[in-house]
Ligand binder design. Structure first.
Ligand code: AKG
Length: 269
């Protein structure tokens, strides 16, 4: 028996690498989360994209709570089973009329996980539309061999290394529009991207990265948080979760994980 997705939705995910839309929170809660991201930006004096990366949930207990949202975890459980670790999260915030985009990429190349069973839940904290650059995926790419990336370091590319898949036909991209508070799910091998924001408001999404507890890190021991079930494997060290906003030990882990990723110490294996 599935908990949130229907059996055909689970089958569709296996074959095509994505599922959407599902509701996690209502629009007023989404607006509160947006306000929290913007309060963080005011606190650090820069765009959330610059530091709420890889372990963004460690900036606030409220973000950990969103990662533990039962509707999200029920959907994740339907896809990867009942023992679930949150190993990371990133905020993708585009400003109004923002030329920045996300190039086609596969997270499996960069996450350093084996086997490739990670799923990403992307929660819209604003509406995500064609015009403001909603997430796009290449259906079925989850079942294809790994693609090759080139690292472009393009200034307008929101990815740390500007990593871009070589030879993708952009016309096959499928958009996943969402209303604020809804979420989509994609597999770590599903190629995805997003275009720039041509509207007068921001487009903000919070991406959470979940793995079943048997998945290992191919790049040495790292930290993760058990969000449901039991960890009978012990492949991951525990994260120190924040007890208040911008809690120092938690922020230190956030910055450390982002630094390792950005500086290339953390690469896929
Ligand atoms: O939000 C975006 O535009 C890109 C998101 C993304 O690359 C991801 O969720 O892995």
């Amino acid at each position: 028996m599935t908990k949130h997705l229907t059996a055909p939705q689970v089958e569709h995910f296996k074959q095509h690498g994505y599922a959407f839309p599902f509701r996690a929170i209502d629009t007023s809660e989404a607006a509160q989360y947006r306000a929290r991201i913007e309060a963080y930006e005011a606190h650090v004096g820069e765009d959330a994209n610059r530091s709420l990366k890889i372990k963004a949930h460690l900036a606030s207990p409220a973000f950990v709570e969103l990662a533990q949202n039962p509707r999200i975890l029920d959907a994740v459980q339907d896809l990867i089973g009942p023992d679930i670790l949150l190993f990371g999260s990133s905020v993708f915030a585009k400003n109004a009329n923002d030329p920045r985009y996300v190039s086609w990429h596969q997270d499996s190349t960069y996450f350093g996980l084996a086997p490739h069973e990670e799923v990403t839940v992307w929660v819209g904290l604003t509406d995500a539309t064609s015009e403001n650059g909603c997430l796009r995926i290449l259906p079925g790419s989850n079942c294809e061999p790994d693609f090759k990336h080139k690292e472009t370091f393009d200034e307008d590319n929101m990815l740390a290394k500007g990593q871009s898949l070589i030879g993708v036909n952009d016309n096959f991209g499928l958009e996943m529009p969402l209303q604020a508070g809804e979420f989509s799910i994609h597999h770590e091998r599903t190629a995805h991207s997003s275009r720039c924001n041509t509207t007068d408001d921001r487009r903000i999404g919070f991406a959470f990265f979940y793995i079943p507890t048997h998945v290992t890190s191919t790049i040495g021991r790292r930290r993760a948080t058990l969000v449901r079930g039991e960890d009978r494997f012990g492949h991951w060290d525990e994260e120190a979760l924040p007890t208040r906003d911008y809690d120092e030990p938690a922020m230190e882990q956030l910055h450390q994980a982002w630094g390792q990723y950005r500086d290339g110490e953390v690469k896929g294996g």
